[in-house]
Design a protein around this ligand. Structure first.
Ligand code: GDP
Ligand code: IMO
Ligand code: MG
Length: 425
């Protein structure tokens, strides 16, 4: 068992990272989130209970684990409070075991307003963001005008920073002068009201993780979104604003590369995407609908129906390379149980040329024609299977083929949302 494991999504998010983290957390002591924000929606099912985590690491459900939110996370402090309330109402305590980096950049109400304004202005080429203020908050961070968690504890700094933002953002704010999300005095008061709650949680996450690692504690790094949404390596500009690949762990938590002993990529047995942007294997019509309904493919954060399609091995090979994936966790295999035939895209045809590498130019995706390989379906329920060799032969060869194509070993196969519906390989 490796000491520290990184869990990253390999597609366009919603691969089932929440379930995989919840499961692997059983063997870990610490769970840390390094990037993204409340755009994420990680579902964990425990018995009859369903939890959807946005900012807080999914490991929080295990009451004996310590959780960290790293500096790379875009932290919506008001959203965090709402999430903490839900946990408390479910009897899940967080005091003394949830810690947040002092260097987290905050997502504030005006970032959500700006997200809406930018999306509206983009018109037909809108990105379909989650409207959680993620892009505008990371934009302020990179422009070096973001407000960090530590800033809210210093009245003068907070006042100066808010005034700076207000003066630079007049063009946008002018369009909606009466929107309460631009009321900077209120934002300041509301932030300061959170200080007593947040102060005991604020730590130097990098230092703490190093200390815990030296004590022999096992750390799980919980990625958000997926490789294809990475701001550098995904389908830019149809991406999110953070590094969703493994590099996000090092900069987003302040740890060195040797802290990660194993990279586990989570991959759905088919593919989904929510929001705009290229999706070469997207389906429409009956098959798309079947996948959506059987897979309950509706956004955990926004409730939007997810676009559905077959597995894309061109994109997945790219995702494995840029993440240095060692092992894969294949999820939602059960969703394919009823299909007579299953397809996986082996290559793209672009302007009559067969391409096996992920194209760097976004406009090429307009001309992609997926080249599929067909697999016979198994038409058997896999929900109750817990051993690999009990899977129908067709299902075994499908997943073996995927792993082989991705150059990774299979760590686990998930055949249902519950913890028990898992094959540990
Ligand atoms: P995440 O963002 O990667 O954590 O994934 P989401 O939670 O947004 O979406 C995954 C959805 O699939 C959730 O509703 C999970 O409960 C569900 N799920 C996870 N694994 C499985 C599985 O193996 N089979 C089925 N049918 N559902 C699953
Ligand atoms: P988890 O962690 C799926 C998508 C949005 C949009 C694009 C940009 O649950 O897998 P943003 O609000 O980040 O500026 O939106 O990214 N997106 C996700 N899609 N799962 C997610 O997170 C996502 N987080 C962002 O739909 O297309
Ligand atoms: Mg999700």
């Amino acid at each position: 068992m490796p000491q520290n494991i990184a869990i990253v999504g390999l597609q366009w998010g919603d691969e089932g990272k929440g379930k995989v983290v919840d499961l692997l957390a059983l063997e870990a002591d610490v769970i840390a989130r390094c990037q993204g924000g409340a755009n994420a929606g990680h579902t964990v099912i425990v018995g009859e209970k369903k939890y959807i985590l946005h900012l807080i690491p999914s490991g929080i459900i295990h009451q004996d684990k310590i959780c960290f939110i790293g500096n790379g996370v875009a932290l919506d402090p008001f959203g965090l409070v709402e999430e903490l309330k839900v946990l408390e109402s479910e009897g899940i305590g967080y005091r003394g075991r949830l810690f947040i980096s002092a260097a987290c950049n905050l997502v504030l109400p005006y970032h959500k307003l700006l997200d809406e304004i930018y999306e509206t202005r983009r018109g037909e080429s809108s990105l379909g963001t989650t409207l959680r203020g993620i892009g505008p908050a990371y934009r302020d961070k990179v422009a070096r005008q973001g407000i960090r968690l530590a800033d809210i504890f210093d009245d003068r700094t907070l006042k100066q920073k808010l005034a700076g933002i207000k003066s630079q953002r007049t063009d946008l704010m002018a369009s909606l002068p009466d929107d309460p999300r631009c009321d900077f005095d209120k934002i300041k008061t509301d932030l300061q009201a959170l200080c007593p709650l947040l102060l005991p949680m604020m730590v130097d996450v990098s230092f703490e993780l190093d200390r815990l690692q030296r004590e022999g504690k096992r750390i799980l790094f919980e990625g958000a979104q997926g490789a294809m949404l990475d701001v550098d390596l995904g389908t830019y500009p149809y991406a999110t604003s953070s590094n969703t690949t493994v590099g996000g762990i090092f900069t987003g938590l302040g740890v060195g590369p040797r802290m990660v002993d194993e990279v586990v990529g989570v991959v759905k047995a088919y593919c989904t995407r929510v929001g705009a942007g290229p999706f070469p294997t997207e389906l429409t019509g009956e098959t798309a609908e079947l996948l959506r309904e059987k897979g309950a493919e509706y956004g955990a954060t926004t409730g939007r129906p997810r676009r559905t399609g077959w597995l894309d091995l061109v994109a997945l090979r790219h995702a494995c390379r840029i993440n240095g994936v060692d092992k894969i966790a294949i999820t939602k295999l059960d969703v394919l149980d009823d299909f007579e035939t299953i397809k996986a895209c082996m290559a793209y045809e672009i302007d009559g040329v067969e391409v096996t590498e992920f194209p760097p130019l976004i406009s090429s995706f307009e001309r992609v024609r997926p080249i599929y390989r067909e697999f016979p379906g198994w038409r058997t329920d896999t929900g109750a299977v817990t051993q690999f060799d009990q899977l129908p032969e067709e299902a075994q060869s499908y997943v073996r083929f995927l792993a082989d194509q991705m150059g990774a070993e299979i760590k686990l196969i998930s055949t249902g949302a519950a913890r028990s519906e898992t094959i540990l390989v």
